[in-house]
Design a protein around this ligand. Structure first.
Ligand code: SF4
Length: 107
């Protein structure tokens, strides 16, 4: 694992762990949570976009053909909701049609 990939993995792991600890509170208030902005520094570092179709598939690390927040293992909340909490961005909701570089397939 390269130095940068390892650093990014550690950052993502720390954020995911923090998000997991906040899970009960964040799920309970999903409707009241602000939407993640694409120009949020954390969003930009994870290449988050509200529209997964705007992402060149060639730039994705994981080869799954369809990737968006609604089919990501890290999304929370209810299926069908347009905006949902995400373990990577605690305290904010992401667009169900969005995408970021941390996308992972559901088990
Ligand atoms: Fe969160 Fe997954 Fe969407 Fe990234 S792709 S913002 S990790 S739900």
């Amino acid at each position: 694992m390269s130095k940068i990939a390892r650093r990014q993995f550690l950052q993502i792991s720390a954020v995911a762990a923090a998000g997991a600890m906040l899970r009960p509170a964040t799920e309970a208030r999903a409707q009241d949570m602000p939407q993640l902005a694409e120009d949020d520094p954390m969003a930009m570092s994870m290449k988050y976009t509200h529209d997964a179709s705007s992402v060149d598939p060639a730039t994705r690390a994981n080869p799954a053909p369809e990737q968006n927040c609604s089919n990501c293992a890290l999304v929370q909340g209810a299926d069908g909701d347009a905006w949902r909490p995400c373990q990577i961005f605690p305290g904010k909701v992401v667009n169900a049609n969005g995408w970021c570089a941390v996308w992972a397939p559901k088990a």
